[in-house]
Design a protein around this ligand. Structure first.
Ligand SMILES: [Zn+2]
Ligand SMILES: [Zn+2]
Length: 280
């Protein structure tokens, strides 16, 4: 089996972006190799379990994400192999890193994946609670958790591809993902009406969210934003929770856009925001 058309298009867009953005060569080369491994793995994953229509709707209306970890049906050996492949990609692009994930039993890796799924807002950083006290946030990201998070990504993407089309998203008004519960880390202002769609940092689901207010803390305070020089990108900042959201404005944009790739191309905005003490 071949990887899906959609994933192939993401890789093509990434390769095209790589030619234009020499300054981001290291980052884009890394993500190309990472996505290639993730997309190839996705082809062989089991279909995630699906709920009946009543249960789907009940969760939608209750603000409960659809997916639980057990629905992913993660197989021990297959997951451990994927972790090993991703570890190779990480080391190839970051030779100085010391990754701690060698020698872990498959059971340990899957149990770490469950922890990342259930307790983290994104796949690469522990949840930051409002205020201090979260056990995870006190510790730096362990490299093994990073590898495991990257290995979990194709499972979540596959779940999103199966589950998201079944959802009546008019009923979902939350700032977190209707499929996996993850936080958005990019958004799009749609070409036609300027409606805002958020993209999940974990499974890449897209869903519509109110143009006003903060998807993280639901503050109705006016979000400030900083626009890029060309006016294409915006960095929205919430005055209450100090979280930021990168955004691409599609209203006057002629070129086709792959949100997953745009999210990487705007890494400069992440660095600028984080230098100001803001977080995703
Ligand atoms: Zn998600
Ligand atoms: Zn906020």
């Amino acid at each position: 089996m071949e990887m899906s058309e959609r994933d192939r298009e993401v890789l093509e867009a990434l390769a095209a972006a790589r030619k234009k953005h020499e300054d981001l060569a290291d980052l884009l080369d890394f993500y190309y190799d990472l996505y290639e491994v993730q997309f190839a793995a996705k082809v062989h994953l089991p279909d995630p379990g699906v709920r009946d229509d009543m249960a789907v709707r009940w969760r939608l209306e209750g603000g409960i994400p659809q997916l639980t970890f057990d629905q992913l049906a993660v197989e021990l050996e297959a997951f451990a192999e994927l972790v090993a492949r991703i570890r190779q990609v990480l080391l190839q692009h970051n030779p100085s890193w010391e990754l701690e994930d060698e020698g872990h039993a498959p059971e340990q890796l899957v149990s770490l994946a469950r922890h990342v799924f259930e307790a983290w807002d994104t796949l690469t950083s522990p949840r930051v609670e409002d205020g201090p006290g979260s056990e995870d946030s006190a510790q730096p990201v362990r490299p093994s958790a990073l590898t495991v998070g990257f290995a979990l990504a194709p499972y979540l993407q596959k779940a999103s591809e199966t589950i998201l089309p079944r959802l009546d998203l008019e009923r979902w008004v939350q700032g977190y993902c209707p499929v996996c519960g993850g936080r958005p880390n990019f958004s799009l202002l749609e070409a036609k009406r300027g409606a805002r769609r958020l993209i999940c940092s974990r499974c890449n689901s897209l869903w519509q969210y109110s143009r006003v207010g903060c998807p993280f803390c639901r503050s109705k305070e006016k979000q400030t934003y900083f626009a890029s020089e060309d006016g294409v990108y915006r960095l929205y900042v919430c005055p209450d929770c100090k979280r930021y959201l990168k955004t691409i404005d599609l209203r006057d944009l002629e070129r086709p856009v792959q949100p997953v790739v745009e999210r990487l191309l705007t890494v400069g905005m992440d660095l600028a925001a984080q230098a100001e003490g803001l977080r995703t």
